[in-house]
Design a protein around this ligand. Structure first.
Ligand SMILES: [Zn+2]
Length: 55
């Protein structure tokens, strides 16, 4: 019988995947986990552009 992976904490995983990736809006920045407008998000350390948000 196949065991399906649980998909709880999917958004945490998404943020973890995005964290550390290079920013697509500037040359130097990379994404770090922060709070953005009260939500967990990844934000560029260079230009401050939010890469993803969890609503
Ligand atoms: Zn940037």
């Amino acid at each position: 019988m196949q065991h399906l992976r649980e998909q709880t904490e999917q958004s945490d995983t998404l943020l973890e995947l995005l964290e550390g990736t290079s920013c697509s809006f500037c040359e130097d920045g990379h994404l770090v986990q922060e709070r953005y407008k009260g939500n967990e998000a990844v934000i560029c350390s260079g230009c401050g552009t939010p890469g993803a948000q969890v609503w």
